[in-house]
Write a protein that binds this ligand. Sequence first.
Ligand SMILES: C[S@@+](CC[C@H](N)C(=O)[O-])C[C@H]1O[C@@H](n2cnc3c(N)ncnc32)[C@H](O)[C@@H]1O
Length: 141
Amino acid sequence: MQYALKVVGPHGAVVGIDRDPLPQPIAGARVLQGDAFTTSDGELLGKLAAFDVVLSDMAPNTTGIRATDQARSAALFEEALTRAERLLAPGGAFVGKIFQGPDVEAIRRRLATRFSDVRTIKPESSRSESIEIFLAGKGFA
Ligand SMILES: C[S@@+](CC[C@H](N)C(=O)[O-])C[C@H]1O[C@@H](n2cnc3c(N)ncnc32)[C@H](O)[C@@H]1O
């Protein structure tokens, strides 16, 4: 949210949601505390008609059981993608975090059905031993 605020500038709007309270307030963003699975589209949009970008950095509390953690991460990613499919403006973009695992290829194909440019990204800021990657889509239609 802090980075997004810098990118959108003074005329943009940033809405963020986390299940847990934030450690500190983020001036300029509209921050919701709630579960991404149950928070309504209307609560997320507020007065906005649509979003230009949807970003998900959501991750499950890990159990150490790889298959369980991958499945929970995939469910969070797919929930964020489902919201993006409903709430993005045409031409919009989506970036979501997902743990590498058996669901990733099918999810990447799902992204490709709605976004003209789909990429898999492992940013330098992501620890090399972490199984997290990011799937990004531009050109929503
Ligand atoms: C890797 S942290 C990233 C947090 C934040 N982006 C940051 O950089 O500090 C993953 C976050 O996903 C949140 N999360 C996990 N499941 C969620 C859910 N169902 N609804 C909302 N947030 C969720 C967790 O509370 C946690 O804060």
